[in-house]
Ligand binder design. Structure first.
Ligand code: PMP
Length: 411
């Protein structure tokens, strides 16, 4: 286990009390708290380096550009990208996937083609493909999940028989915690000629990600889920695939020459970064990565898996609680989705909040998945490196109290 007390001291917000109780923050799949090192890097950037990037002839602007490009190299190295120019900064996973759908998808998908997604995809990795398929007259094929919350490989194989143009899936499910066999799925999709889009929103903060080993074509990530600032993130892509794609947004930065009626475009990645970028976000994300690297992605993954396993064990002992997703510890990340009898998940979250415990309740932007689980919503606790077994105790204790309130467990 990680030294949680020491890590917590790095996160000013975690010292806060909520509703008179020490804060127990268990909504890390939604967003993570920021260490002082990230706050300092952002403040330092504005104190010493701020200028617009890529266009200044003066030293300050050159230093701002260097900081921005160094952040790109840092993201590239963290996920073992093919090259820094294969990293396009975006507002997050949602924008990264919309970029792929709006550029690569629009250029390559035609009427009668198919695009494959899974029943556990976040709306971010579903709605952009719905829009594309509706526009093109293509078919969107949703692969089913198994009883224990994994991608159904038999159905995945059936979906590939149609030789889809694009196959998209999450590396880690935000609603079930399932760690999908991303390299295997990519290999199967490539064998039928599909291009592969991996939603890495939940994997990048928690696993040791190597996009070259996965061999996917596109990989999307969100900075705010990995200790970085809101509005930071990236699309990581194979440079040759990116090179061949038409632009996504038009404007400054992304052009080479502009005439009255047409333009030529900048080199990658700048071709996909129209307008003034979020330099503060990139600098903060690089600081977050440096922080994560000091601890080590493997240790983080192990820590979260241990906490999730402990939470599942404790929750399973509470009569009326159902935990969703794979039971094997090795196949899941630190996300524990559950229901408690017929207590509405929002009621559970509200009751826990009274004890300073923050969990998520709702459909987690996975409505098709909720339908398959036959629930409208679940409660979700999601762990990160600064959570400890005391947080698991707090969660289990507060749930027992909630149960008592609703008459499930004797008080
Ligand atoms: N995909 C998954 C699996 C997610 O968990 C999330 C965030 N909840 C997203 C995509 C969207 O990420 P963002 O809101 O940062 O764009």
């Amino acid at each position: 286990m990680l030294d949680v007390a020491r890590l917590r001291a790095d996160f000013p917000l975690l010292a806060q009390r909520e509703n008179g109780h020490p804060l127990v923050y268990l909504d890390n799949a939604a967003t993570t708290q920021k260490p002082q090192a990230v706050l300092d890097a952002i403040a330092e950037y504005y104190r010493t380096t701020n200028a617009n990037v890529h266009r200044g002839a003066y030293d300050l602007a050159i230093r701002a550009t260097e900081a921005y490009e160094a952040a790109r190299a840092k993201v590239a190295a963290f996920v073992n990208a093919w090259a820094p120019e294969g990293v396009v900064f975006t507002r997050g996973t949602t924008e990264a996937i919309n970029l792929v759908a709006g550029s690569y998808g629009r250029a390559s998908v035609k009427a009668g083609d198919s695009v494959v997604v899974t029943a556990m995809d976040h709306h971010s990795n579903l709605v952009p493909w719905q829009i594309l398929c509706q526009e093109k007259g293509a078919t969107l094929r949703m692969v089913e999940i198994t009883e224990d919350g994994r991608i159904d490989l038999t159905d995945f194989g059936r979906a590939l028989e149609r030789r889809p143009k694009i196959v998209a899936f999450p590396y880690v499910s935000n609603a079930l915690g399932t760690v999908n066999p991303a390299a295997q799925l990519t290999g199967l999709a490539h064998a039928v000629g599909a291009v592969v889009v991996v939603d890495g929103a939940q994997s990048t903060p928690h696993l040791n990600v190597d996009v070259q080993a996965l061999d996917c074509d596109f990989y999307a990530l969100s900075g705010h889920k990995m200790l970085g600032p809101m509005g930071s993130g990236a699309l990581v892509a194979k440079p040759d695939v990116l090179e061949a794609m038409p632009p996504y947004h038009g404007g400054g930065e992304m052009i080479s020459r502009v005439w009255d009626d047409h333009s030529t475009y900048n080199k990658i990645p700048h071709k996909f970064e129209a307008g003034t970028p979020n330099v503060e976000g990139a600098v903060g994300l690089a600081a977050a990565i440096r922080y994560l690297e000091r601890i080590g992605p493997e240790r983080i993954a192990e820590h979260e898996q241990a906490l999730a396993a402990a939470a599942i064990e404790r929750l399973s002992q509470i009569e009326g609680v159902t935990v969703y997703g794979p039971q094997a510890r090795s196949d899941r990340a630190g996300v524990v989705s559950f229901t408690y009898g017929d207590i509405h998940p929002h009621d559970i979250a509200t009751i826990l909040d009274q004890d300073g415990i923050c969990i998520r309740a709702g459909h987690h932007c996975t409505q098709p998945l909720m339908r398959r689980l036959n629930v409208a919503a679940t409660a979700r606790a999601s762990f990160y490196l600064y959570n400890g077994s005391d947080d698991v105790d707090a969660l289990a204790g507060a749930l027992v109290k909630a149960g008592a309130l609703f008459g499930y467990v004797p008080a």
